[in-house]
Design a protein around this ligand. Sequence first.
Ligand SMILES: Cc1cc2nc3c(=O)[nH]c(=O)nc-3n(C[C@H](O)[C@H](O)[C@H](O)COP(=O)(O)O)c2cc1C
Length: 190
Amino acid sequence: MNVLIVYAHPNPLSFNQSILKVINTAFKKRGDQVQLKDLYAERFDPVLGEAQLSLQNEGKVPDDIKREQEQVTWADMIVVIYPLWWFDRPAILKGWFDRVFTNGYAFSFDENGLTGLLHNKRAMVVVTAGGTKEDFGKNADQLTKSTTEGTLAFCGITDIIDRVFYSVTMVDDAAREAMLAELEQMVQGC
Ligand SMILES: Cc1cc2nc3c(=O)[nH]c(=O)nc-3n(C[C@H](O)[C@H](O)[C@H](O)COP(=O)(O)O)c2cc1C
């Protein structure tokens, strides 16, 4: 498989970085081709502004966004890794979707309604949260939805694995190691 990892954490010493390393290595071990999109390291500009919107109204996208879309097109599997920030994605990741998953590229509308144009792809979404599962109560199953439902499924990707790791800042090293081991298995079983 061609695997595009989209990673959104600014701190190279974070637990998210450990998750990235495990997932990246595990896919490579399987013999998959992996491309990494490290949004902070690349200083991706997440603001969808007037210039791009005007171009989109003419059915065009900027060249740098075209290159992002080529990477998405290349991928059979899109893996998204991020910490939960305010019950959602970090803004840089939200902005990447805003700018790259454009109307006409990732989805289209016509007289029959919405068509997701990325339906031949699979996805994996891995999220860390500071809170415990109990803290979230009835909302615990909503944490990945902005990405899994709001974006990926909207664009036609229905084969999605998602996993939230709770309380990652509070648990001990052994618990974090267990989370990483689970992820390695998850990739092996893909
Ligand atoms: C701006 C910001 C917003 C956050 N919002 C939430 C939140 O809504 N719910 C939650 O459980 N944790 C929240 N957290 C905690 C992070 O999810 C947590 O620090 C992160 O998952 C830990 O992983 P890391 O060590 O890789 O950073 C927030 C952290 C920051 C910096």
